[in-house]
Design a protein around this ligand. Structure first.
Ligand code: FAD
Length: 621
């Protein structure tokens, strides 16, 4: 049966990619349908109940700056907030929040239900409807056809999902959820490069069975950070403590003695797992000389006694899981509420995607999230937002929006994926961004909210908030530039101790703020008019202290920009480029970069090869 209403954009999957994708498309005025297995699992945190962290919070803030949901939901659900790398430079500072799973899901569901133009339907999607090499809709398991010119696929770990506990395995999308087998089969018939990846999760433990008093406590930060630019810590739920535990020699012996019963070491699992989130058996095998590994013991929520032991993800058999958990100090009587497991699933080579996240082989079909080889809620949300934006723009006949690497981590993420591909679950890090001093989490709004407004993503409330912040920053910078401190005055003498010397001549407050010994709190109140908004004070401080470095990065970007955006024709014949080696031709043919900048980042493509390409393109012009 054909569903009577038609849609502009259909999004499949109500995880982190899917929810951002459908919200973005609907905000941009498209009639949008979200089709998902279960409305009750919208926004489900499949693994650890935490959002953010190094590199990841940068993506969350960018999604927020573009009007997305993840940061706001985190502020509604966060039960512990911390700033990581607080003592390091602003480029690598990152916010991380522990979330209550139930509150997080309900925050996301609330936003979806409140979004005009967005319809929800609960059904597995089994098939894509095609017209030649263009997608025109989807068919659900009950045979219902929905039509739309753009479809965004965000099916996470569900395609061909297989769950492993020890040497036993069964089909599943994640614990408690069915996999997407029919759709996986259908996608394998299409001309995509498909492979398998793997990820895992630890057993959950009943807090009442753990001697928490014997563990080291870890509380959130005070003052408490927020995740969203519109966040207010006064509205956060109750806050909770986390704990730190450690593995020991007995834990390691138990695991080592049972490695032959691990699906990873017995060869049952073929997919590659996340390098930066290894299972405990992986850590013990790879770092054999370490006699202890840290475990962050995190509450799963306010109204549940369940704990998430972060650091002991495992797919060992249940008897081994129970034995090694009980070998931990404080966990001697531990009761496991859910076993740990690993999951293997299909992912698609992201080199088959355009920078808009539309697939190359199938027009109108976009892929976002874990199916592109990434891991993590934040990476998924960022891709979902971008795919939703570009699906909407495709339907409206507008050119895609493809953020550059110097504009956003979102640009770095997509460029890395579509240019380099990935053989293991891709996680974002600040080290992946060459312009990380410009791409800070604190300035994501200054970088992107204006763009979001012009894309139709930013509502009046966010825009008014942003404009007033931007004006306040400019006003404060102007005040600091035009307010001078004269030597010998009481205000100047206040600084003597901090500077270790008296001021010898007059200085603008803006120049004094650049000095490493002085911060905003020391400088700003020396004359009337200091701001009280911490976001404004932070921005003024960072922009003053890092002005030199920021300018240098901006110059580098301008120098490279010409080449970066130099478009390569869609069907460029690399064999016709004089002087290119056979190897480089093969690599470029496989990667099909969209710009010269992307070509330069394909592994094995030398600067000399880039020059040859440039000469060839100039000759064609
Ligand atoms: P998901 O959040 O998986 O959402 C997919 C959605 O699509 C679901 O709502 C599903 O019901 C729906 N769906 C799927 N197929 C269909 C269909 N055919 N029809 C309709 N709806 C469909 N990340 C980390 O960063 N570190 C980790 O250690 C980690 N461990 C993990 C361990 C496990 C066991 C699992 C399952 C995930 C783990 N993750 C981890 C990954 C994290 O959960 C994902 O990165 C993130 O959820 C991906 O978001 P997504 O939107 O792409 O997919």
């Amino acid at each position: 049966m054909r569903y009577p209403d038609s849609f502009d954009v259909i999004v499949i999957g109500g995880g982190h990619a899917g929810t951002e994708a459908c919200l973005a498309a609907a905000r941009m005025g498209c009639r949008t349908l979200l089709l998902t297995h279960s409305i009750d699992t919208l926004g489900q945190l499949s693994c650890n109940p935490a959002i953010g962290g190094i590199g990841k919070s940068h993506l969350v803030r960018e999604v927020d700056a573009l009007g997305g949901a993840m940061a706001a939901a985190t502020d509604q659900a966060g039960i512990q907030f911390r700033v990581l790398n607080a003592r390091k430079g602003p480029a690598v500072r990152a916010t991380r929040a522990q979330a209550d799973r139930v509150l997080y899901r309900s925050a996301i569901r609330g936003m979806i239900q409140a979004q005009p133009g967005l319809q929800l339907f609960q059904q597995p999607v089994d098939d894509l409807l095609m017209d030649g090499d263009r997608v025109i809709g989807v068919r659900t398991a009950m045979g219902l056809d929905f039509h739309a010119p753009a479809v965004v696929l965000c099916t996470g770990t569900f395609l061909g999902g297989r769950i492993h506990i020890g040497l036993e395995s069964s089909s599943g999308g994640r614990a408690g959820d069915s996999p997407a087998l029919a759709l996986a089969r259908r996608l394998r018939e299409l001309p995509f490069r498909v492979d398998r990846l793997k990820t895992g999760t630890p057993p959950r433990i009943d807090a009442r069975s753990v001697d928490l008093a014997s563990l080291e406590q870890q509380w959130g930060d005070d003052p408490r950070p927020v995740m969203s630019f519109l966040g207010n810590s006064a509205t956060h739920p109750d806050q909770r403590c986390c704990w730190i535990a450690h593995t020991n020699a007995r834990t390691h012996d138990l695991i080592r003695a049972n490695l032959d019963r691990s699906p990873m070491y017995s060869g049952v699992i073929e997919g590659t797992g996340p390098r930066y989130c290894p299972s405990i058996e992986d850590k013990i095998h790879r770092f054999a000389d370490k006699d202890a590994h840290q475990i962050f013991v995190e509450p799963e929520g306010l109204d549940t006694p369940e704990l998430y032991p972060n650091g002991i993800s495992t797919s060992l058999p249940f008897d081994v899981q129970l034995a090694f958990v009980r070998s931990l100090a404080g966990f001697e009587q531990a009761v496991i509420t859910r076993p740990g497991y690993a999951i293997e699933y299909d992912f698609f080579d992201p080199r088959d995607l355009r920078p808009s996240l539309e697939t190359r082989p199938v027009a109108g079909l976009f892929f976002a999230g874990q199916i592109n080889g990434t891991t993590g809620y934040e990476e998924a949300a960022a891709q979902g937002l971008l795919a939703g934006i570009n699906a909407a723009r495709l339907v409206k006949g507008e050119a895609p929006w493809c953020p550059r690497r110097d504009e956003a981590y979102l640009g770095v993420l997509v460029d890395d994926l579509i240019t380099l591909g990935t053989r293991e679950p891709y996680r974002m890090f600040t080290s992946r961004a060459e312009y990380r001093l410009l791409l800070r989490e604190d300035n994501a709004d200054l970088r992107l909210t204006g763009i979001g407004r012009s894309l139709g993503l930013v509502d009046d409330h966010r825009w008014a908030h942003f404009e007033s912040k931007r004006e306040a920053i400019e006003r404060e910078q102007q005040r600091l530039r035009t307010t001078f401190l004269h030597p010998g005055t009481p205000a100047a003498l206040q600084l003597t101790k901090k500077l270790g010397t008296e001021l010898k001549r007059e200085y603008a407050l803006a120049d004094l703020l650049k000095r490493p010994q002085l911060d905003y709190a020391a400088i700003a109140p020396l004359a009337a008019g200091a701001v009280t908004d911490p976001q404004v004070a932070e921005q003024v401080t960072i922009q003053a202290k890092y002005a030199g470095y920021i300018e240098r990065q901006a110059e580098d970007i301008a120098r490279l920009a010409r080449h970066e955006t130099f478009a390569l024709p869609e069907g460029l014949d690399y064999s016709a480029v004089d002087g290119l080696s056979h190897e480089v031709r093969g690599k470029l043919d496989e990667a099909r970069p969209a710009t010269l900048g992307q070509a330069a980042r394909v592994p094995g493509v030398t600067p000399a090869a880039v020059s040859l390409l440039l000469v060839h393109l100039k000759k064609r012009e």
